[in-house]
Design a protein around this ligand. Structure first.
Ligand SMILES: NC(=[NH2+])NCCC[C@H](N)C(=O)O
Length: 407
């Protein structure tokens, strides 16, 4: 693990498993970006409904408090962004990156450059996360603003920032900047990359992957055990993304085996962590309707720099072998396939381990939580009626920055 970069009191950064005692996590408290959702844009912005924002904030505050109650340091993404933007070079970079891809013409570009340039770090953070709507721009700024609809976005909002899991992943002492597949989320990694490269606490952290590479999303990356990483390949992470990530992890000595796990390209299973998450060093909660059909292609480094790819085998068997344990035991969602399907949809499988045998889960998934408790897992239950409308649970809503090593 790297030395603490943030001065006295901060833990070393890094994680080598899903279950080592959680020390520091990045969350995003839902904010004004969620007020941008309407029934006309929610599909494009990847929400299944229109959340009640104040209630989502209450639920999220309770989630953060449950973590603090267990001595987890909670960092908020927007605070990290604002702190980073206090530096002039970081600001210039953030503004030119955000405006770089906008197809809005020179007049509007010039206007936005001035608006963002004059904003203080907090206001700039809000512009970059909640976006700017055409009707928020006042007073004759040319042809483009006149022709766009009043509620067209000049800068798109990022409502999925809530799911900090997806835009970066720590693997040992490196941070993976991911490459998000859906257009509505692409800009998120501009912000995580900015924080990890420029924030005083993180500057100098070795980074791997990046937004310019093939798609990999953090929800697909599971650190099953030190050196063993499962990568879901489906709607979000592409085969080439998994291959590149494996190669980088082998080159940097971060893993000895990568298990590429094909998953159905459907909304219900958009990431591997919607299907299974680790709750102990050798146990995972799994959606049983698909558990038996999951397979893994074990990828290992070959001496000549290329990769060995084994024939596909049942996922849990291949995982146990790579982890060097007799069995990776499954705890199943629900008692019958319909309950399981309902609870999987509501992120019953998407738990966040705080330590071996302690996991945060949405309270609504009664059947799954009961199974976890029967198996001796302490369930830290949180409300998520509003948070869940973006289709993500406790694991999706958290990016572990440091966990105690299992090794
Ligand atoms: N790791 C996860 N399962 N993240 C869930 C992300 C949900 C988000 N609305 C999306 O569609 O991208």
């Amino acid at each position: 693990m790297s030395e603490p970069a943030g001065g006295a009191g901060t833990a070393a950064h890094g994680a080598d498993s899903e279950v080592g005692r959680l020390r520091t996590v990045i969350l995003h408290r839902p904010g004004p970006e969620l007020t941008r959702l309407t029934p006309r844009n929610n599909d494009r912005l990847l929400f299944d409904g229109i959340p009640w924002v104040a209630r989502a904030q209450e639920e999220h505050d309770a989630f953060a408090q449950a973590l603090r109650d267990r001595d987890v340091e909670v960092l908020y993404l927007t605070e990290l962004i604002a702190q980073t933007l206090a530096d002039d070079e970081a600001r210039d970079l953030a503004i030119s990156t955000a405006l770089g891809d906008l197809d809005l013409g020179e007049t509007m570009q010039g206007y936005l450059r001035g608006l963002l340039g004059d904003a203080d770090p907090e206001a700039l953070t809000t512009y970059l996360t909640a976006g700017i709507r055409n009707d928020e721009v006042r007073g004759g700024f040319g042809l483009v603003t006149s022709l766009l609809a009043h509620d067209d976005f000049l800068i798109d909002p990022l409502p999925n920032l809530l799911f900090t899991r997806d835009s970066s992943v720590w693997v040992r002492d490196r941070v993976t900047i991911t490459s998000l597949a859906m257009p509505a989320r692409k800009r998120e990694t501009e912000l995580t990359e900015l924080v990890y490269s420029r924030h005083p606490r993180f500057a100098g952290t070795p980074r791997i992957h990046g937004a310019h590479y093939e798609h990999v999303e953090g929800g697909d990356v599971l650190l099953l055990a030190p050196g063993v990483v499962a990568v879901g390949v489906g709607e979000r992470t592409t085969p080439a993304g998994a291959e590149r990530l494996a190669r980088q992890m082998f080159d940097d000595g971060l893993a000895h085996t990568v298990l590429a796990v094909p998953i159905a390209q459907e909304r219900a299973t958009m990431h591997l962590d919607t299907i299974c998450t680790m709750v102990d060093v050798d146990r995972m909660v799994v959606y049983e309707n698909v558990a038996d059909s999951l397979v893994a292609h074990a990828v290992t480094p070959r001496g000549d720099g290329d990769l060995d790819v084994a024939a596909p085998r049942p996922f849990l068997e291949a995982a146990a072998d790579a982890m060097g344990i007799a069995e990776l035991t499954r705890i199943e969602t629900g008692l019958d396939p319909v309950t399981a399907e309902r609870e999987q949809w509501d992120d019953g499988n998407n738990t966040l381990a705080l330590a071996p045998r302690v996991a945060v889960a949405y309270e609504r998934n009664h059947a799954t939580n009961a199974r976890l408790e029967e198996a001796g897992i302490e369930v830290v239950a949180i409300a998520g009626s509003e948070l869940g409308s973006g289709r993500g649970g406790p694991r999706c809503m958290s990016c572990p920055v440091s966990r105690d090593p299992l090794t």
